[in-house]
Design a protein. Structure first.
Length: 351
């Protein structure tokens, strides 16, 4: 036979306490005496009581839904980042609904308003530009919101990002240390924090190592494969082509590889290549891309932790600002192993 369903108030009456006390015990509130807590839990277990999830959500005025906004889910970086967000959310009892804006402002606004109408408890943005009026408006309205991967201009908001300037500096310095002097960059848009900071890191490394900046070696576009393809074709068809290319993302670097192979050239024999993100394909035996790891899974996890903290009002007046450290991952595409072999051969010949 099906067990009788008991309400919280009935449990409270049997335990001779208020329904508020029972609620506190079930929510692990430490303000209840141990003796009372044990008595209530014993009764709850005996009766097989299970809280009504929908009623609890209504009482708390929460849907346990998180909205996730990404610019392009085809980009492996965002797919891996979304996985970290989704896993952590489920672990904490939340579900995720997401949209891919395809880098279109109108589409982003439509999707965000739909998510709010559905009743999401908060939003995670991975697609914000430096100035994003919609995001600024939602923050002003105190909707729980966290920026992950990208951030706005200024500092009065919650974010989890990478130190992109440092990562770009380190990977450019690595190319310089290998002996490259003609280094180009195919970067993302300059109106997003990731694109701007990676460009600045590249420029700072060239300046610190006294290498003249060639404006023709700087190409901007979406963080997309086609950006790398078209940019590489343009660079490699120059009278004075670069010796190495810094792809502002691994996805851009994939496009560079497409163009290099189409032109009958090889990476790294004819052109050194580095990326940024350390997506799963970067370690593929054929590609072996030198890149910058930004620990996407941890970034997503932290973003969810902060958002839930805001939703559940544990620290409603505190602004969380997390900047993760980059890590250079050296593989074959930069030409390090190839150049070491050539240097060894030259040394052997001279002796």
């Amino acid at each position: 036979m099906e067990k009788e369903r008991f309400t919280l108030r009935q449990i409270a009456k049997m335990a001779k306490v208020s329904h508020t006390t029972v609620s506190r015990v079930l929510n692990n509130d430490q303000r209840v005496r141990e003796e009372t807590k044990n008595r209530i839990l014993s009764l709850v277990n005996k009766l097989g009581y299970k809280p009504d999830a929908r009623a609890r959500q209504l009482a708390l005025k929460r849907s346990n839904l998180i909205g996730l906004v990404v610019p392009d889910i085809r980009n492996p970086f965002y797919a891996e980042l979304a996985r970290g967000i989704e896993d952590k959310a489920h672990q904490e009892g939340y579900n995720v609904i997401f949209c891919s804006t395809d880098n279109k402002l109108e589409r982003m606004e439509t999707y965000v308003h739909l998510m709010i109408d559905v009743g999401v408890d908060g939003l995670i943005f991975t697609s914000a530009r430096l100035r994003e009026p919609l995001v600024e408006k939602l923050i002003a309205e105190q909707l729980p919101l966290v920026l992950v991967n990208r951030k706005l201009s200024g500092d009065a908001f919650n974010y989890v990002v990478l130190n992109n300037l440092k990562g770009a500096y380190e990977v450019t310095k690595h190319l310089i240390d290998l002996g490259y002097r003609k280094i180009a960059i195919i970067d993302g848009p300059s109106n997003v924090s990731t694109g701007l900071e990676r460009l600045r890191g590249y420029q700072r490394a060239l300046k610190d190592y006294h290498i003249a900046l060639n404006p023709d070696y700087i190409i901007h576009g979406p963080f997309a494969r086609v950006t790398g393809y078209e940019g590489a074709k343009r660079l490699l068809e120059m009278e004075n082509p670069p010796q190495a290319i810094f792809g502002g993302s691994d996805y851009i670097a994939m496009g560079v590889i497409d163009a290099v192979e189409e032109m009958g050239l090889r990476v790294p024999e004819d052109i050194g290549l580095v990326g940024f993100d350390d997506t799963e394909f970067a370690s593929n035996q054929k590609i072996r891309l030198t890149t910058v790891s930004q620990n996407k899974y941890e970034m997503g996890n932290l973003g969810v932790q902060i958002l839930i903290d805001l939703i559940e009002r544990k620290n409603p007046n505190y602004t969380h600002k997390v900047i993760l450290e980059p890590r250079l991952i050296v593989r074959e595409s930069c030409g390090q192993k190839l150049r070491a072999k050539l240097k060894k051969r030259q040394t052997n010949r001279s002796t």
